[in-house]
Design a protein around this ligand. Structure first.
Ligand SMILES: [Zn+2]
Ligand SMILES: [Zn+2]
Length: 142
């Protein structure tokens, strides 16, 4: 049986159902996420878009596109972030901290070149993103 998870905003008005497992788990340091979330870094999980389904509160969702690459969705009631769609690569990023019962196991850091804080944890640190998802694949030393 396929495992499912529920992700929700702070007030619970908006919910998404996730099925299976994410493609990748990472810390994102990009300036766009930081501005949107008002946080220096965030725990991101990238899922195939087809495995993420908005199941509750579609009318309360606010969409924000800083660029066409990333469609950020949050709850209009509590302001809580829910997910980020990346239509060009068919991946949806769901904030790990919003997924009930999910054990975040980060594999890498992305957009580390834009970081606000250093994190010395031995994980690979991509200046942008791995080549497989459209980045230049360059690594930054800790
Ligand atoms: Zn909410
Ligand atoms: Zn980001």
């Amino acid at each position: 049986m396929t495992k499912t998870f529920t992700a929700r905003c702070a007030c619970g008005a908006v919910e998404a159902e996730l099925s299976g497992a994410p493609l990748a788990q990472m810390y994102c340091h990009c300036t766009d996420c930081r501005a949107w979330l008002n946080a220096p870094v965030h725990a991101a999980t990238g899922w195939p878009a087809a495995q993420v389904r908005l199941t509750k509160g579609a009318d309360d969702v606010i969409a924000y596109k800083r660029t066409e690459k990333s469609h950020r969705k949050s709850c209009g009631r509590c302001g809580g972030a829910v997910l980020v769609e990346h239509p060009e690569i068919g991946v949806t990023d769901v904030l790990a901290s919003n997924i009930e019962g999910f054990r975040f196991a980060p594999e890498m850091h992305v957009y580390y070149a834009e970081r606000m804080i250093n994190m010395k944890d031995g994980l690979p640190k991509f200046a942008s993103m791995p080549e497989a998802v459209g980045g230049d694949g360059k690594l930054v030393a800790e």
